[in-house]
Design a protein around this ligand. Structure first.
Ligand SMILES: Cc1ncc(COP(=O)(O)O)c(C=O)c1O
Length: 366
């Protein structure tokens, strides 16, 4: 019997029942203040231009890039005092998340999520047909982990635990003691997402020498200002990295991104200045948010701030900011513990001021 179009639904996986897809809604409104995706808009454009010109002079796009980005693995290994065999580069941090799930979860297995957190973990687990064990953070403003509760909720089917520290969207970094207790007690692999750790107080990378079940995931999209180039990486025991590399599609990072990443990593002075500026702006914006009536802002160790809208609908405030002021913030209300909350990225001083002005105006209007 020939194929009929009606056969299509029967032939494809449908973990989201047609309502999935990870991308935020397509935005057709004109955005003048882009503070919704935690991009780093403070990276000086003249430096980027100089580096891109250097890339253009060195690469030959007619040939494939290095298969596993070995030259970048070597640089990152040195910076983190590890062996290059302990580094994997992926097409964005999201690719690493996807690989971690594909490495550990098969139908019937499950992974632990500490909610609210970065929704991509759940997405990747569902795509793979896995189950999810959840544990809730304490309510605002602490958003802290109850380690005993978390460990008690683990089942024999849980093979992987995602932890995000500092956590997106709550912004807080969990204590080193709590993180180590979890890593040392969890009977599976702990994938610790440190995408935002450069804006925070510490990294748990030194623990990699002690715990072979720990994998630390990083991204070059935030601190390094390269969201559009799609570079993420992970650091772990050589065994895990080898297995992850076996799952990678060939040449998964393009030649321009690879070369630009290496050049950006050399710009130590620029990066240092940038992070100081972002942290100073974050604290200034947080202080300003505390003076605005009608919201509760939560402290952050990242390049974004989560705040609760108290007397209006967050969804409505978000839409008015976008449609009337051209300010794009992210509505996080669908996540537990984030009811009626919005998230704003900390970018340039000018953007932060425009956001603060727009938010005050929208909250004051009836
Ligand atoms: C916590 C967290 N992890 C990973 C990522 C993925 O970053 P990318 O795929 O841009 O490297 C993001 C992006 O927003 C994030 O917030």
């Amino acid at each position: 019997m020939p194929f009929k179009r009606d056969d299509l639904p029967r032939l494809v996986n449908d973990p989201f029942k047609g309502k999935g897809g990870f991308m935020p809604d397509k935005i057709r409104d004109k955005i003048t203040v882009r503070v919704g995706l935690n991009e780093n808009l403070t990276f000086p454009k003249d430096v980027i231009k100089r580096l891109l010109q250097q890339v253009a002079e060195t690469i030959d796009p007619r040939v494939y890039p290095e298969d596993y980005c070995d030259s970048l693995c070597e640089i990152l290994a040195k910076e983190n005092k590890l062996d290059p065999s302990q580094v994997i580069i992926g097409n964005g941090g999201d690719k690493i998340i996807d690989l971690m799930v594909r490495l550990t979860i098969y139908k019937g297995d499950s992974a632990v999520l500490v909610l609210p957190t970065y929704p991509m973990y759940e997405h990747a687990i569902k795509v793979q047909g896995g189950e999810i064990t959840t544990c809730l953070l304490s309510p605002a403003p602490d958003f802290d982990i109850n380690v005993d509760e978390l460990l008690a909720s683990v089942t024999s089917r849980d093979r992987l635990l995602f932890l995000c520290s500092p956590n997106n969207p709550t912004g807080n970094q969990f204590s080193q003691e709590k993180l180590e207790k979890i890593i040392s007690s969890f009977p599976g692999i702990v994938a610790l997402d440190e995408t935002y750790s450069d804006f925070a107080d510490y990294s748990m990378v030194p623990l990699l020498h002690k715990y072979p079940n720990l994998i630390i995931m990083k991204s070059m999209s935030k601190f390094f200002g390269m969201a559009g180039m799609r570079i993420g990486y992970a650091l772990a025991d050589e065994f895990l990295i080898k297995r992850l590399k076996e799952l990678l599609p060939a040449f998964n990072v393009n030649i321009a991104s690879l070369e630009l990443a290496k050049l950006v990593l050399q710009e130590k002075k620029v990066l240092q200045k940038m992070v100081s500026e972002i942290i100073a702006e974050r604290e200034r914006t947080f202080t300003a948010l505390q003076t605005i009536d009608g919201i509760d802002a939560y402290p952050s160790s990242t390049n974004f701030i989560l705040f609760k809208v108290l007397e209006k609908e967050a969804q409505q405030v978000q839409q008015t900011l976008l449609k009337e002021k051209g300010v794009l913030v992210r509505n996080m209300s669908a996540l537990p513990r984030c009811e009626n909350c919005l998230r704003v990225s900390i970018t340039t001083k000018e953007n932060n001021n425009k956001f603060l002005e727009a938010l005050s105006a929208v909250l004051q209007s009836s």
